[in-house]
Design a protein around this ligand. Sequence first.
Ligand code: NAD
Ligand code: DAU
Length: 416
Amino acid sequence: MARAGEGIGFRYPWRHRTAADKRNIDIRAEDGVKPVLFYYNHVLVLLVAAVRATALKQVRLRMRNTILVTGGAGFIGSNFILQQMRDESVAIVNLDKLTYAGNPHNLESVASDRRYEFVHGDIGDRGLVGGLLEKHQPNAIVHFAAESHVDRSIRGPEDFIRTNVDGTFALLEETRAYCSALSDETRKRFRFLHVSTDEVYGSLGPDDSPFCETTPYAPNSPYAASKAASDHLVRAYHHTYGLPTLTTNCSNNYGPFQFPEKLIPLMILNARDGKPLPVYGDGKNVRDWLYVEDHCEAIATVLHGGRLGETYNIGGWNEMPNIEIVHTICDLVDDAAPPGPTSRRKLITFVKDRPGHDRRYAMDARKIERELGWKPKATFENGIRKTVRWYLENEEWLRNVTSGSYRQWMATHYSS
Ligand code: NAD
Ligand code: DAU
């Protein structure tokens, strides 16, 4: 009877040979050579197949519409990747540093897709960025990576300058070098899309017209100033070096995967847990809210049809004072989660205002509608319902992101 490793096609050459084995080999000396050769052939065939598969994957990736996304493990970036991956012709390389706000679990559903590759690293690492561009030859870069929370920028602006300004500069420099080596044909198709914010325009009075693309910049927080600086660099790289850039400036987003330090997810979480709902100042600051999937579609629209060197404002045509948002969340959580003894609205606590707190943002999004036909699809009523349900149903995601460092931030920030 054949024993493991012998007689059935190939022999393990590293296996210690017993006297019985030797007898067998002697008896079947002629045949014994063949299985050993077969084994080496087998390894060779496997090796060749592996090398070929890797090469083919690279070719396929190059032939596809490959997008290098920065900051794709964050809130908007992961929504963008999930949306883009629905298109079979798109391949994504996601470069993310995984700061406290980056979470690879957001992308679990595409993690094993051969069209998706995650790279853990910093946009400021020029060697890494240059190598990725060289290797993947993307047709586009969509740049989300940033420090994004205003309150954190007030407590510690340095990281904001490092990533949002220096990081964007490094990315632009590597992109410039990459572009200069492309053929004319490929360069013509290449795009660098910079994702920015309405906060660069400063603050509106109650009767002011919404921000439009020609509103002068007037940033008021270190975060807004760092984003404004990055917008200026992107603009300069277009005008000076002819880099094919596009910039989008968007209003406040909400939806799945937003880190619960921002107003909407923070309020949902605290309301669910019966904790105080900290509203800054008088709660009458106004923001223009847009469902995140609409923002991602707007970015894709600009990427495909935007005019080079232009900026496009994106917004929800949905201005609301913070207190109204918090009331809506309280009522939705009351309806959905096991009822507390009283309405969640009783948890609202007015706390010390944010320094330099912008009073009102509103976006005039007529240019993107006129030129590219984009307008938001989700109503706030629907979007906020979906969002509250998502947070209440995704207990494990919340457990993962509300780790020790999250609790430390909450304790430091809301105790002073
Ligand atoms: P986020 O904080 O949720 O995610 C930022 C991501 O960038 C994280 O995954 C983080 O790990 C990554 N990152 C940070 N520093 C990095 C670095 N040096 N190198 C590589 N990766 C790094 O942010 P978000 O809310 O998803 O915002 C994404 C972009 O959209 C930002 O540029 C932000 O300014 C802009 N924006 C956000 C909003 C909003 O309402 N959230 C609105 C308009 C514009
Ligand atoms: O406008 C676009 C910007 O929206 C993005 O560029 C930023 O990355 C994003 O963080 C967001 O900035 P805001 O400062 O507007 O978002 P935030 O969720 O921090 O606050 C929204 C409003 O709610 C703001 O007026 C401050 C207020 N607020 C916020 C928190 C966290 C509170 O009243 N209490 C809170 O605890």
